[in-house]
Ligand binder design. Sequence first.
Ligand SMILES: [Zn+2]
Length: 253
Amino acid sequence: MKYTNKLLLTIIIWTFTLLTTLGQNVSLLQKQHQKLLANQTRITERIDWSLIKKYENKSELFELELFELNWDNKKLNPYTIEPNIGEKIDIRNYVNPVHTNVVNSSYGYRSKFGRQHYGVDLKASTGDTIYAAFSGKIRLTNFDRGGYGFYVVIRHENKLETLYGHLSRFLVKENQYVNEGDAIGLAGNSGRSTGPHLHFEFRYNGKCINPEHLINFETHTPLIGFYIYQNDHTITRKHIASNRTVRKHKKRK
Ligand SMILES: [Zn+2]
């Protein structure tokens, strides 16, 4: 009898242990499953509808692309994409950055200095107000000791960027929005400059364009309503030698 009791007790203990372990495992699996289900929130709840709503408006999406992609407050040319040949650029709302109407020096290769001049030099005196050519957002307010001096770069809605060099003072801050004709700085003689003037550049996707292909600086008006981008920046010494139509202004009295 003693042996039978012992055997029965062992069987009962084993059975109890087995059932308990099984039960624990099952409840653990159930808990894990419930947790998984809880984490599977419906897909509609995961979408940020406020964000979608915000950019449903096409103009806001456009602004996001224009003022956030390739946006940099340090680099002069932050573009990593090639310019789009044939891009139609609306320049109808142009405002001249200076009150004067004299081009001291044109765009193109300067044989005297052996380098390319990437903009036009417009007559200006130190302290003259400099105006934004188009509406847009200030991308750079930088200092370039050996070149532009204090300069401002604005990115515009028409996809152009304009650069204003040799300033004596900034009147705007980076990432600020401006309208065409807003005062952005004061003219000066900072950087590599032989006298007070405004160095003025047009850029499209980081590539310089001859401003005199777009603007009549005597009348302060655009030459055309829409400018079609044609790779104008490729004017070099060779181009000037073979193409005498590239204008070279002398300072007028
Ligand atoms: Zn210049």
